[in-house]
Design a protein. Structure first.
Lengths: 110, 351
C-alpha cells in the first residue's frame, strides 16, 4: 500500500483519568511540601538554568502532578542544583529536595 | 423619641440594622418578602473561615431584634416621601389573601441584598441538565441536612470538582465583577467534603484565588497541606455527562499550558452574587442610583458608603455589592449608627 504520509497525531491534552500517578505519590512521600505550591512562578523566574534553556521547574512539577512524566525525564537533567528556587519560594517548598525526589522517583520507576 | 425607621429586607444586614435601632429606642419595622427572616444565611450550614455554624450567627442577630416589628410576606408596590416622612405601600400575604398595607417612618434603610447567580445560565456547565452538577448553595443545604453528600445515583462521590467564578468575572453573562466570597467558600467546602470523605479526591478549578481577608490564606494553606486538595488553575470550558452519570470536564491547566480532561462524580459550581430581584424595583421607587452591575451606588464609595444621596435613605449589605456575613454585620451597624444620627438631628436641617 502506498504511504500517503498520514499519521494519527497524539492528543496533547492532559488526560487526568488515565494519568500515571505512581510518580507523584512517590515524590509526595519524599517531599510533601510540594502540595503547598501556588504556581506563582518565583522558582522558575529565579532559576539559573532557565536563563539559558527552556527549563521550567514550575511546569515540571505541575506536569508530574497531572500524571505525566515523559517530558520531565529529560528536562530535569538541566537543573544545576543551585537552590535559588528554594530561597525565593513564598510557600517554603523545599525545591532542591523536590527535584532530587523527582529524580529518585524516575530512577525507581523508570 | 417617637421617631421611626423602616428596614427593607430581612437578611443578616437588615436584621442587624433593625435590631440595633430598636435597641436604641426607635420604632422599627422590618419588611421581608419571604415568610421568614434570615435571608441567605438561613440556608447556609457553616461560615468561612472558621466554619462556625451559620445558625449561631442568625440566632444572635435574631435575639437582638426582639423589639422590631417584623412584617413577612411583603411585596412593596409604592414608596413615597413627603415632609421627611416615608410611606411604603405593600401587599401583604395574610392567610392566603393579599391585603394592602401602609407603613410610615422618618427614615428608610434599604437592605434588599442579593440573589445567587442562576447557574442554568451557564448552560455549558450542565446545571439543571446533568444530575451530578450542583451549586455551592445546594451543597450547603445538603451539609445542613446532615444526611451526607451522595451522587444522584446514591453513591459516595470519589472524585469531586469545584468550579470557581460561576457567574462572576464573566462578560458572557453580563457580570464583570468578582463576587469575592466564592473563593474562600470553595476552599471551605473542599475541606468539608474531604473531611466527610477522606478517601475521595477534591479538585478546585480557579482563575486566581482571592483570599482577601484575615485567615483566608491560612485556610487555603490548610486545604493544601492538611487535606491535600488539588488546585488547578484554569476556568471550566464545558462539561458532558457519561452514561453512568459522572461528569467529564474540560479546562486548560494554565500552569502547564495544556488542555486537561477529567471525570468527576460530583461537580460543585460556586455561584456568585447578582443584585436581588427586588433591588431594581425598590431603587426605582426611591430614586436610588445603580451601577452597570445593577447594585446600588452609595453617595460616596469611601466616606458615605451607607448614604444613598437621598436624605433619610440609608444603604446596607449586599444591596451595594458582594459582601461576607462579617462585613454585612459591620456595615449594618454603621448604617444604623448613621440613621440614628440623622434621626436625632433636626429633620429640617437635612431637608
Amino acid at each position: 500500500m502506498p504511504d500517503f504520509g498520514y499519521t494519527i497525531t497524539k492528543d496533547r491534552q492532559l488526560d487526568h483519568d488515565h494519568g500515571d500517578f505512581r510518580y507523584i505519590s512517590l515524590v509526595r512521600s519524599f517531599e510533601p511540601s510540594l502540595d503547598l505550591c501556588i504556581g506563582c512562578g518565583s522558582c522558575s523566574a529565579s532559576c539559573s538554568a532557565a536563563g539559558f534553556t527552556d527549563f521550567n521547574i514550575r511546569k515540571l512539577h505541575t506536569i508530574i502532578r497531572r500524571g505525566e512524566v515523559e517530558s520531565v525525564k529529560t528536562e530535569l537533567k538541566k537543573c544545576m542544583f543551585c537552590g535559588k528556587c528554594q530561597l525565593v519560594c513564598p510557600r517554603g517548598v523545599n525545591l532542591r529536595n523536590l527535584i532530587m525526589a523527582m529524580n529518585r522517583a524516575i530512577e525507581l520507576l523508570g | 423619641m417617637g421617631k421611626s425607621v423602616i428596614v427593607i429586607g430581612g437578611g443578616i444586614a437588615g436584621m442587624t440594622a433593625a435590631g440595633m435601632l430598636a435597641r436604641q429606642g426607635y420604632e422599627v419595622t422590618l419588611l421581608e418578602k419571604e415568610n421568614e427572616t434570615g435571608g441567605h444565611v438561613a440556608h447556609w450550614d457553616r461560615l468561612f473561615p472558621d466554619r462556625r455554624k451559620a445558625s449561631e450567627v442568625l440566632e444572635f442577630t435574631g435575639e437582638g431584634m426582639k423589639d422590631v416589628h417584623v412584617a413577612r410576606g411583603i411585596s412593596i408596590s409604592r414608596i413615597t416621601r413627603q415632609n421627611n416622612e416615608f410611606t411604603v405601600t405593600c401587599g401583604m400575604q395574610d392567610a392566603g389573601s393579599v391585603m394592602k398595607s401602609h407603613f410610615t417612618a422618618n427614615a428608610l434603610i434599604v437592605a434588599t441584598g442579593f440573589d445567587l447567580f442562576e447557574a442554568r445560565r451557564k448552560e455549558e456547565y450542565g446545571y439543571g441538565i446533568y444530575n451530578n452538577v450542583i451549586t455551592s448553595a445546594d451543597l450547603e443545604v445538603k451539609f445542613k441536612s446532615g444526611k451526607g453528600i451522595l451522587t444522584a445515583e446514591g453513591k459516595i462521590p470519589k472524585r469531586i470538582g469545584i468550579i470557581h467564578c460561576v457567574g462572576s468575572r464573566d462578560e458572557k453573562v453580563g457580570n464583570l465583577y468578582c463576587s469575592k466570597v466564592c473563593c474562600v467558600t470553595g476552599v471551605k467546602q473542599a475541606i468539608e467534603l474531604k473531611e466527610m470523605y477522606p478517601g475521595s479526591v477534591v479538585f478546585s478549578f480557579y482563575m486566581d484565588l482571592r483570599m482577601y481577608d484575615r485567615n483566608f490564606e491560612e485556610l487555603y494553606y490548610e486545604a493544601q497541606q492538611k487535606w491535600g486538595i488539588s488546585f488547578i488553575r484554569g476556568r471550566l470550558s464545558e462539561c458532558a455527562e457519561n452514561p453512568d452519570g459522572s461528569i467529564v470536564i474540560r479546562t486548560e491547566d494554565t500552569l502547564t499550558g495544556k488542555p486537561l480532561k477529567m471525570t468527576v462524580d460530583l461537580l460543585v459550581l460556586l455561584v456568585g452574587f447578582v443584585p436581588a430581584a427586588g433591588t431594581a424595583s425598590v431603587a426605582g421607587m426611591i430614586g436610588l442610583k445603580t451601577g452597570t452591575d445593577g447594585f446600588v451606588n452609595p453617595a460616596d464609595s469611601h466616606i458615605q458608603n451607607n448614604l444613598s444621596g437621598i436624605p433619610g435613605v440609608f444603604l446596607t449589605g449586599a444591596v451595594k455589592g458582594p459582601v461576607s456575613v462579617t462585613e454585612a454585620i459591620a456595615d449594618a451597624r454603621a448604617a444604623a449608627a448613621l440613621t440614628s444620627e440623622y434621626l436625632t438631628a433636626s429633620i429640617e436641617e437635612h431637608a
